[in-house]
Design a protein around this ligand. Structure first.
Ligand SMILES: Nc1ncnc2c1ncn2[C@@H]1O[C@H](COP(=O)(O)OP(=O)(O)OP(=O)(O)O)[C@@H](O)[C@H]1O
Length: 225
């Protein structure tokens, strides 16, 4: 699913964001990425999405290499990824269902199928009753659930969520974490970055990636953080 061998990422201004990353993440895993602000969590997700490419080393996502030389791979990989962003990136003035449908446009499905998948996805996140409400009128937790519906409606092989609970109170945050976890299955890997270690400290399943100043330690969950 994801394999990184001696991966480095240096931004154009010379910032060394990731240093010698070595990882192996299999299909159907749940992965939490934790670490202090500025340690490299988002940079790692950007690599997985192909938004950035390694400065050196080899990175394979969904069986395809991510590199400056293989831009075509990146387009293919993106179609199989469902991204969830901290700031939701929903389109204001549009309904929940429109936002979910817009997220699936790149897949080139017929309109009826788009509607069906979008409604199914909204149902999975418990928001069918808000399908035709404008996202501007939804609470923060509901908006995050629309963003999750948009990510899962395309039936992705990999869900990447960057600080999905950033703006939420503890109860809503726990619900969002549980919801994201529920999409993990044998074909779908879920990767979540979070500052909030208290949301995951009692979990005993999954992989923990501890990021510190651009280096990463990989361990199994089930021990205290
Ligand atoms: N486009 C960029 N150009 C230059 N430096 C960058 C860029 N994006 C991030 N950085 C730097 O790379 C380092 C890692 O940033 P990153 O956003 O990956 O951290 P993070 O762990 O996600 O932080 P946070 O928890 O605050 O979101 C930081 O020093 C940051 O300033």
């Amino acid at each position: 699913m994801i394999e990184a061998n001696q991966v480095y990422l240096e931004y154009r201004d010379g910032t060394k964001a990731l240093n010698n990353v070595n990882l192996q993440i299999n299909k159907g895993e749940i992965v939490y990425i934790i670490g202090p602000s500025g340690s490299g969590k988002t940079s790692l997700l950007k690599l997985f999405m192909g938004i950035e490419q390694p400065t050196s080393g080899k990175l394979t996502v969904l069986g395809k290499e991510i590199s400056k030389e293989h831009k075509k791979n990146i387009r293919e990989i993106r179609r199989r990824i469902g991204p969830v962003f901290q700031e939701f990136k929903l389109i204001p003035g549009r309904t929940a269902i429109d936002n979910v449908i817009l997220g699936m446009r790149v897949l080139g499905m017929p309109r009826l199928q788009l509607n069906k998948n979008a409604l199914e996805a909204l149902e999975k996140v418990g928001l069918s009753h808000k399908a035709f409400s404008k996202v501007d009128n939804l609470s923060w937790g509901e908006r995050q659930r629309v963003a999750i519906a948009r990510a899962v409606a395309r039936k992705p092989s990999l869900i990447l969520a960057d600080e999905p609970t950033g703006n939420l109170d503890v109860n809503n945050a726990l619900r969002i974490m549980e919801l994201l976890r529920s999409f993990k299955d044998e074909d779908t890997t879920v990767i979540i970055t979070t500052h909030a270690t208290h949301l995951i400290e009692n979990l005993n399943e999954g992989i923990l990636l501890k990021v510190n100043k651009g280096t990463i330690e990989q361990e199994s969950m089930g021990r205290r953080l």
